[in-house]
Design a protein around this ligand. Sequence first.
Ligand code: ZN
Length: 226
Amino acid sequence: MRKSLIFTLLWIILISTSTWGSETERKVYFSTKDNLSKIVLSELAKAEKSIHIAMYYFTFRPLAKGLIKAKRRNMEIKVLLDEGQKYSKSSCWDLLVEEGIKVKFYKSPGLMYNKFCVIDEKITLTGSYNWTGHANKINEENLIAIDSEEVAKQYKKEFQNLWAGPGIIKTTSPENAKYVGNRNSRIFHRLDCYHVKRTKETNKVYFADRKKAIKAGFRPCKICKP
Ligand SMILES: [Zn+2]
């Protein structure tokens, strides 16, 4: 009787650990020996469908550029930041918004202190690592990459709850734009240029002013001369 109970218990433990082991792959990184931003960049480069990020600090431009590259491959990208980051001069949020990435400043009684990123609802990156240059160079930080749809699902759910919570969403919308850029040609136009009508909505980037378009690497159209 007792023997069979022990056997059953062992069997349950064996099954549960083997399921976890086969469906979940984990890689652990530390800033003392790994280049954390490089690891994040390589994961962003592999993204195909979606990227959801909740990050306290996001100031490291190479990571913003990696995200912008992903956006140009046409996928849903959302970035949730702490409300306080709205006033930070070093934050990358404006670069992201200019490229059509939705950024939300979450309003919390405390801090939006998460540091996670869910890619294609499959890979979860989390740990102490904020997306800053400092964290990469001099801080002692850790990052874990988890390949598990089950884990990604839980993080994505938390992301959606936060995204639906209080705060302001920043997005370049047609309503307040004066110019439209084409992501493929990297040329920007006045709203009434005939090129704009022929541009797919997913390839459009809206700009409130000329300077921002040029800063984002777009050239003015030679026909409508914006
Ligand atoms: Zn034009």
